[in-house]
Structure formats: C-alpha cells, structure tokens
Design a protein. Structure first.
Ligand SMILES: [Ca+2]
Ligand SMILES: [Ca+2]
Ligand SMILES: [Ca+2]
Ligand SMILES: [Ca+2]
Length: 304
C-alpha cells in the first residue's frame, strides 16, 4: 500500500472513528460505548464484555438449548424447567415446567442433558442422566404447540446407570474448534470440596493458535473473566448460541444459584426501556428503618 492508498483508506475509515469517539463522549451513549469497548484483556488480547442475567434461583446442574415453543428463538432447558427466550428486544426469560426431576437435599438429578431426536419423528428430544436417580433417560418431545400449552414430557428409560455425574455427547465426525469455558461450582459436593466457598467465577480460556503449538514453546491459554464474585457459576454444562439473534454468541450456565444467561455485549440492540424494566434495582424505598423521604437541600443562591 503506497502513501496515497494509505491516506485514502484512513479517510474512508474516518467517519467510523469519529462516530465511535462521539459515542464515547456523548452521555447518552457513554455506557453503551464502555460496555462494548471494555479494553484489552491479559497480554493485550482484545476481548468482549458479557452482561449476566440471573433467570432463577432454583438449583440446577445440566443445561441445554432447544426452541421449545417454535418461535424461532432458542430457549434454555435446565432440570425440570425451560426458560422462554424473550427475543431480540431482551426482557424476562419466563420459566415453565415441562418434566419432573429427582431431588435429594440440595442436589438435582440432572448432571447432563443433550438434545437429540431419539425416535426420529422430526422433533428433537431430551436425553439426560444424573447422580441421584438410576438410569439414562430420554424425554419425548410432544411438539412446540403442546409444550407451549404446558404438556409434560414423558420419560422413557434407555438403560440402568447408577451414580452418574456427567457425560459427553458428540458428533465424532465434527471438526469445530471449541468456545473453552469453565468456572467454580458453588458448594461442590455439599460444601465438602476444596474451595467450596471461594468467590464464584466463570472464566473463558482462549485456545492457543496452531502456530503457537507448532513453535514448541509453552503456548499458554489466555484467561478472560466472564463473571467474578457474582451468582453465576458452573454446573455440569455450558451452552453457547446467539440467543437474541443480534449476531454475537451468548452463553448460559446452570449452577446451585440458578440458571444464568451471559449476554454478549459485542452487539447491543436491546432498547433502554427493556433495560430499565429488567434491572435488579429494588425501587420499593424507603426500606424498613431507613428513615423518611426528604427534599434535597441546595446551597442558597443555587438554581436548580
Ligand atoms: Ca423459543
Ligand atoms: Ca423425537
Ligand atoms: Ca447475541
Ligand atoms: Ca449482544
């Protein structure tokens, strides 16, 4: 590229740069800009920010995705419930029950769940297993209409399997390069595991490139924090999909503090009104014993 071509390219990019800079300065866009441009991660690696949504506090372990009501937006399944994707504008993920799951104290017998059309009727079914209850099971999908109307899915046993704490389900012909995500499992084994009460974290690790591996030195995995000290944790599974169809890949996990959606902020199309309606701020003030509402006092001579 000669100097003239370079200058032309810079000039062509200028409106974009000016728009971004203006958004950074403009108070109406400042938060949006900051969330979408969180700065570089460890080692100067570019990264994206995620906004974590807690969908419920029921304890959960396995998690999977399927468009349960046939509206074109993939929904989340975890244990006895499915969570209805609110769609492109965001909002509340409504919880519905669609099956029963064995419970034992704080444990739910759902250490893994996978979507596959077991009976080849064109409707994807749910295959699941867990520690508490014996068996590998599949639940027959009665179709989006029946599911949306509240019909419970029927369980069919595949085989005996005792004390099953997980599993893997894979297309062994696949060649995709895996989105490696891990985190802390809150109260692992009822609190008996080392680190059971450490701050809860969810991290993503960027896999080293082929070139770094070929170079022979320790390639290293770059770690990015997705959630630190929040309630989002790792159960036995993560799922990744573009839940809101805005073009970026979102994540979801299930754990003993509930199901959480990690909304990718690389692209944001959720209206401000929805953000206001779904924020966790408790507006029911004054709180008990807090005092009473008073007028804000201004220094004499100050105009409001
Ligand atoms: Ca749906
Ligand atoms: Ca089926
Ligand atoms: Ca998305
Ligand atoms: Ca997004």
């Amino acid at each position: 590229m000669n100097a003239r071509t370079k200058l032309a390219a810079l000039l062509a990019a200028a409106p974009l740069l000016i728009t971004a800079a203006a958004h950074a300065q403009d108070p109406a866009h400042a938060t949006e800009y900051r969330m979408q441009h969180p700065g570089n991660g460890p080692g100067g690696e570019p990264r994206v920010a995620f906004l974590v949504h807690r969908l419920g506090s029921d304890h959960a372990e396995g998690i999977s995705t399927l468009d349960m009501n046939g509206d074109g937006f993939v929904d989340l399944l975890s244990g006895a419930y499915w969570y209805e994707n609110p769609g492109a504008d965001g909002g509340e993920w409504k919880r519905h029950q669609f099956r029963t799951v064995g419970m034992h104290n704080e444990f739910v017998s759902d250490c893994g769940e996978w979507i596959v059309d077991v009976d080849h009727d064109g409707l994807p079914d749910l295959v699941t297993t867990g520690w508490i209850t014996n068996g590998l099971w599949w639940y027959r999908n009665p179709g989006p209409k029946a599911t949306a109307a509240g019909e419970m899915w029927k369980a069919e046993k595949i085989t005996d399997s005792y004390d099953t704490e997980g599993g893997a389900f894979a297309d062994i012909d696949g060649d995709g390069v895996p989105e490696l995500i891990t985190g802390k499992r809150y109260r692992g084994h009822s609190g008996a595991d080392p680190g059971s009460y450490d701050p809860i974290v969810v991290y993503a690790y960027k896999l080293p490139t082929k070139e770094l591996f070929a170079a022979g030195a320790d390639p290293g995995f770059t770690r990015f924090a997705l959630s630190v000290n929040g309630t989002a944790s790792a159960g036995t599974q993560f799922v990744a999909a573009d839940f809101d169809h805005d073009g970026d890949i979102d994540l979801a996990s299930a754990g003993k503090l509930g199901v959480h959606v990690f909304e990718n902020l690389k692209v944001v199309k959720v209206p401000k009104s929805v953000r206001e309606a779904t924020q966790p701020l408790n507006r029911d003030w004054p709180f008990p014993g807090e005092g009473k509402e008073v007028e804000q006092e201004e220094e004499p001579g100050t105009t409001k």
